[in-house]
Ligand binder design. Structure first.
Ligand SMILES: Cc1cc2nc3c(=O)[nH]c(=O)nc-3n(C[C@H](O)[C@H](O)[C@H](O)COP(=O)(O)OP(=O)(O)OC[C@H]3O[C@@H](n4cnc5c(N)ncnc54)[C@H](O)[C@@H]3O)c2cc1C
Length: 361
């Protein structure tokens, strides 16, 4: 047993927001870290997500304390990382809308002025006290750059396997060679599932979603959650997030296509993206007939019980996993990173209890 002696060298596999957070908080406390990333920093869900953050939307679930700690950490990091990645507080509304026709009844709460389409505002879901956003790719990149500023290394490489001897981790296999480390963190998002069976971890898989980024400047900081019916009767729940960089991001549309080999192989459906752009256009005239700057698709990492895996890989001393954050990976990455860094370096997490997320559950 290594006990609580500090790790000599930690390899973090995956430069999504979770791997980036773990690397940042380890490097900040002086631990030697190397991040290995297959394709590019934030190339997958962490570069294509909504970046929406909520203080209390995970309350009444085991995620509640993690989310609250992470919401607070996001505010601290916005000052600490020394770069602008679009962090800001938002007001958040629920809307009901249809692709064709009107929703019965009028607004149930006073709508923001720019919500002038066929939708009905049904509730205020959050305020600047409780909801916020980051630009996900910029945030993930800022964490990696800050980790590098504290001495961490970043290498583009495909992690092929965990290398272990006598029940302890020895490093990872890259291009058939062993890269040595006494501690390895698996944070490869849905691709962590490729190693799950061999490592006796719960199932980890990917759930695909689509997004469009619209060019629409000066839209106020109001996040919208839509209850939307298409003309052919589908019930969808698009989310609309105006960003401070003059764009509006819209996501939704679950798709059960299997996870490809890497982020580069993720296929985008034009039709699904058009539905999302159409939904945004229905609720605000300012979002109708604006250019679509980007159509994207990505896979969020999910587990069968809906809870992330954060902690020790059972039976392999020095191996840790951090994935399965589902729809809340951007929100929960900072607390995951700090708590896991504490577990690795001190032997137990101080920030939040990780028992509910134990990979051995
Ligand atoms: C459409 C959509 C919208 C979302 N909106 C929000 C939101 O508003 N708020 C929120 O909190 N969350 C949101 N999420 C969820 C969030 O995006 C994810 O939970 C989070 O990005 C997962 O981060 P990750 O680091 O675990 O995984 P990923 O971002 O998938 O990163 C994993 C990384 O590992 C790398 N990798 C894979 N295999 C290997 C290998 N063999 N070797 C080396 N590297 C490898 C990949 O290339 C990738 O860069 C959304 C998700 C989707 C799909």
């Amino acid at each position: 047993m290594r006990g609580v002696s500090p790790p000599r060298h930690v390899i973090v596999c995956g430069a999504g927001v979770v791997g980036a957070s773990v690397a940042y908080f380890l490097a900040r406390r002086g631990v030697a870290v190397t991040v290995l990333e297959r394709t590019g920093v934030a190339c997958a869900a962490s570069g294509k997500s909504g970046g929406f953050l909520a203080l209390d939307w995970c309350d009444n679930s085991p995620l509640g304390p993690l989310a609250r700690a992470s919401f607070a950490l996001h505010a601290e990091l916005a000052g600490e990382l020394g770069t602008d990645y679009g962090y800001r507080r938002m007001d958040t509304f629920m809307l009901s809308a249809r692709e064709q026709g009107a929703v019965r009844g009028g607004h149930r709460v006073t709508p923001p002025g720019w919500i002038d389409g066929a939708g009905v505002v049904t509730a205020e879901l959050g305020s600047t006290e409780t909801t916020a956003q980051v630009h996900p790719a910029q945030f993930t990149t800022a964490l990696i750059e800050a980790a590098r500023g504290h001495g961490a290394g970043l290498r583009i490489a495909v992690v092929e396997d965990l290398v272990q001897r006598d029940g302890a981790v020895r490093g990872v296999r890259v291009e058939g060679e062993t890269l040595e480390a006494d501690t390895v963190v698996l944070a490869m998002g849905p691709w962590t599932g490729r190693l799950a069976t061999r490592l006796k971890l719960p199932r980890i898989y990917g759930l695909k979603g689509y997004s469009v980024t619209l060019e629409a400047a000066a839209v106020p900081a109001h996040a919208l959650f839509l209850d939307y019916r298409t003309a052919d009767g589908r019930h969808l729940e698009p989310e609309v997030f105006p960003r401070p960089d003059g764009t509006v991001y819209v996501c939704g549309m679950r798709d059960h296509q299997p996870l490809p080999e890497s982020a580069e192989g993720v296929e985008v459906s034009e039709a699904a993206c058009d539905v999302l752009a159409g939904a945004a256009a229905r609720v605000a005239t300012t979002l109708a007939a604006v250019p679509i700057m980007r159509r994207a698709a990505c896979y969020r990492p999910v587990t069968d019980d809906g809870l992330p895996l954060i902690g020790r890989v059972p039976g392999v001393e020095g191996a840790y996993v951090a994935t399965g954050h589902g729809p809340w990976g951007m929100l929960n990455a900072p607390a995951t990173g700090l708590a896991l860094a504490e577990l690795i370096a001190d032997g137990s997490p101080k920030l939040v209890d990780l028992d509910a997320f134990d990979p051995a559950r």
